[in-house]
Design a protein around this ligand. Structure first.
Ligand code: URA
Length: 261
């Protein structure tokens, strides 16, 4: 793993602060001062990292699932509005955790947070086709078969001047005359609202039921946050081609299938 990522996962500062500190000589590995933030550190070198004169305590990655309540920002700080930061246990703050993608201010439901930067990146990349499922309350005429077919085929969003966005096929299931469930495999900005607006059904309420197979147990109320189980973490990693070894290295399965265990 890159040296700057290890330090940011361990709560040593922001990526840019860390890069500056590394360049200024604040970090040594195996007794040697390292000035290159991108240096790859192997599992057996972790214990030899010295950060500002002290041995680095490398925390294991943290994986959390929040049932995001209404009326809070998917951000860790904001000068005006409440953020999801208030739901993260104090002892886990400052460990480089960040939300995996974004939910809008009024969107509720599954929000993952982690300090595993590689997994975060892949879960939000369109390349890995991670499914996200939403229950939608909408206004306008009831959704009909032509809407279902249109979403199933994939269509081009042209709601922004000079921008055409080709959407991957999505699964739309009507529930009643004002509600439906939509599963998408991309995560474009305001994608669900834009897709529903494109078929003339403005979104009134939006709740994410699932992200990459992670769902909310019935006991997890809005504002409740929980650790993902090791099975859930493993399943997320597998979905985006990562094998994690206990030394802290993420390996890319798509590069080397023989690393599978
Ligand atoms: N799509 C949206 O439009 N909003 C969200 O919060 C999530 C997906």
């Amino acid at each position: 793993m890159r040296l700057d990522r290890i330090l940011s996962n361990s709560g040593c500062g922001t990526r840019s602060q860390i890069r500056d500190l590394i360049r200024a000589g604040a970090v040594s590995v195996d007794g040697r001062v390292i000035n290159d933030p991108s240096l790859h550190i192997t599992a057996d070198q972790f214990e030899s990292i010295i950060f500002r004169g002290s041995r680095l305590f490398y925390s294991q990655f943290i994986y959390l699932c929040l049932n995001k309540p209404d009326a809070c920002l998917t951000a860790l700080q904001d000068s005006r509005l409440p953020t999801v930061r208030q739901y993260i246990p104090e002892n886990l703050c400052g460990k480089g955790i960040s939300p995996v993608g974004r939910l809008d201010y009024h969107t509720t439901g599954v929000l993952l947070l982690t300090n595993d930067g590689e997994l975060n990146h892949r879960l939000t990349s369109p390349k890995y086709h991670i499914p996200k499922s939403y229950t939608i309350g909408y206004s306008g005429p009831p959704i009909d078969q032509s809407d279902v077919d249109c979403f199933a085929e994939g269509f081009v969003l042209s709601d922004r001047p000079g921008e055409e966005t080709s959407l991957a096929p999505a699964k739309l299931i009507p529930i009643d005359d004002q509600h439906c469930v939509l599963t998408i495999i991309e995560g474009r900005t305001h994608q669900v609202k834009r897709m529903l607006a494109a078929i003339g059904r403005p979104v009134q309420t939006l709740h994410r039921n699932e992200f990459g197979g992670i769902v909310l147990p019935p006991t997890q109320m809005p504002g409740d946050i929980r650790d993902l189980s090791s099975e859930e973490i493993q399943s997320l990693r597998t979905s985006c081609g990562i094998h994690y070894d206990p030394g802290g290295n993420n390996k890319d399965l798509s590069q080397n299938e023989t690393d599978l265990v």
